[in-house]
Every structure is written in structure tokens, then in C-alpha cells.
Write a protein that binds this ligand. Structure first.
Ligand code: SF4
Length: 262
């Protein structure tokens, strides 16, 4: 009989393969052998995302293009950031570990940003959700939001102050065009890097299943309001580490063939 220890320090290596541009990409993850949940597994997913994006970037460079995203360019950090509810939970947990004065300073920055959005009538529009109905409406809301120039509260000196734990969707935003274009996309064409897989979307799809809603994410600026709910979405996706990872990869490659675990 195979028994698995519940010790959180025991891990097992899981190997699997993703196909990128027809080429196999070997992925490896160390996950707990015992009980865990999707929120607790986020550091593993961040590492997988970084490995995946490194491969994508090397393909871009092999084509003679280069990524123009740099530390000190916060142009994309004034967009609405769809934050999966699992990442919202993880960031909420992280905020709880900060000194009280740091938490209050962050809360004040979120509040200031929300007031700016509210004054522009954007909170009502976002909450109402009509903009989700079609691509044009979603694009218009995204532009209206961006042109308010409301910085992400985690942006400090035009750099991400939570860079190691930044959301998956922030990692996935890569362009080869002039950074100035990201600040004015209605006039200037941006050239985003095509990604074969969007881990952020996979998380949000699982979040939508957990919530029974269409989204499974919140605008990042709603984080402090959301954390007051005390929601613990990760607990709804709990199992031994390999099974939680498998569930995530299933969503990631949805539509592709992926064998059942042994
Ligand atoms: S979390 Fe960091 S990378 Fe993402 S929008 Fe905020 S400042 Fe930018």
C-alpha cells in the first residue's frame, strides 16, 4: 500500500510536458506529497510560469525581436489587473504579515486609487459587469480605466514593490513594442508577445468554478475590500499536492489531450 505523509515539508517532483510552437517543453514542479490547496501551491505555479515565459522569450529573441519591458517602466501598471481569487487570498495573507503601519499605508493607497476610479464612474461600471458582454465593451472599459492613470498601489518609483510575488497576469504582460505605446494604446499600436498558455486565465477559470460566477477574479484595486470578506477560496481546491497541480494543468491545457493521472 502506498502511504503519503501529510508533512508539509515532504515534496515530490512532478514532470510533465507542454507543447510550445509544436516543440515539447519539459516542466518540473516540486509539490507537497500531503494535503495542500491551490492558494498554497501558488509559489510552485509562479516558478512554472517563469520557466514557461523564459522559453517564450527565448523564442522571441530567436526571431530577432526583444522584450521592451524593463524595471522602472510602470506603463502597464495603470491597467485594470484581473487578480484571480487565489492570488487575492495569497496577497491578503501576505499583507497580514506586514507591520501595522505598512498595512495602513497600503490600505490608504488602495483607498485613494478607488476614490479616483469612483470619481470617474468606473467602479459602478466594473461592478455592474455589462462590459463583460462583448469584446468592444471590454476594450472600451480597459481604455477608460487606463486613461485615468490610476497607478497600482504596489507600484513604487515605477517598479513593482511585490515583484517576486506579483500576480501571474503581470508576469504574462510582455511587449516588443516601444514602452510608450503601452501608455497610449488607443493611438499607438502595442505588440504583445503571444503566449501559448495563460496560467492567469487557468486560475481564474478555476476561481469561476469555485465561485459559481463568470469571473473567478477581482480587479486588483478591490483587494482590500475583498479581504474583508474573509473568503478562503483555496480551501475549495484542496487535495494532495500532485492532484491540485493536475487540476490546474487540466485547466491550463483545456482543449488539449492530457492523460489521467495514474
Ligand atoms: S502588482 Fe506589480 S506588476 Fe502588477 S500591476 Fe501592480 S505594480 Fe505592476
Amino acid at each position: 500500500m502506498l502511504t503519503m505523509s501529510a508533512s508539509p515539508t515532504e515534496t515530490i517532483r512532478i514532470d510533465f510536458t507542454l507543447a510550445i510552437n509544436g516543440e515539447p517543453l519539459a516542466m518540473a514542479a516540486e509539490v507537497p506529497t500531503g494535503p495542500t490547496n491551490l492558494t498554497q501551491l501558488l509559489p510552485v505555479l509562479n516558478s512554472l510560469e517563469d520557466a514557461l515565459l523564459a522559453e517564450v522569450v527565448s523564442h522571441v529573441q530567436a526571431e530577432g525581436r526583444s522584450i521592451s519591458c524593463r524595471a522602472g517602466c510602470g506603463a502597464c501598471c495603470r491597467q485594470m489587473v484581473p487578480l484571480s481569487i487565489f492570488e487575492a487570498e495569497a496577497l491578503s495573507n501576505w499583507i497580514s504579515t506586514l507591520p501595522e503601519d505598512r498595512q495602513q499605508a497600503l490600505a490608504a493607497r488602495f483607498d485613494q486609487s478607488l476614490r479616483q476610479l469612483a470619481a470617474a464612474g468606473l467602479i459602478d461600471r466594473i461592478v455592474h459587469g455589462d462590459w463583460l458582454a462583448d469584446t468592444d465593451s471590454a476594450r472600451q472599459l480597459a481604455l477608460d480605466y487606463l486613461y485615468q492613470r490610476v497607478p497600482c498601489p504596489f507600484l513604487e518609483d515605477e517598479s513593482c514593490s511585490i515583484h517576486p510575488i506579483r500576480p501571474l497576469i503581470c508576469r504574462e504582460y510582455l511587449v516588443t513594442s516601444d514602452p510608450a505605446h503601452c501608455a497610449d494604446p488607443a493611438r499607438l499600436q502595442t505588440e504583445p508577445v503571444h503566449l501559448p498558455f495563460h496560467m492567469s486565465r487557468a486560475l481564474s477559470r478555476i476561481g469561476a468554478l469555485v465561485e459559481g460566477t463568470q469571473r473567478g477574479w477581482i480587479p486588483l484595486l478591490f483587494l482590500f475590500a475583498w479581504r474583508k470578506s474573509g473568503a478562503r477560496p483555496g480551501e475549495a481546491v484542496s487535495d494532495i499536492g500532485p492532484k491540485v497541480l493536475y487540476l490546474f494543468v487540466q485547466q491550463l491545457v483545456r482543449g488539449n489531450n492530457f492523460p489521467d493521472p495514474a
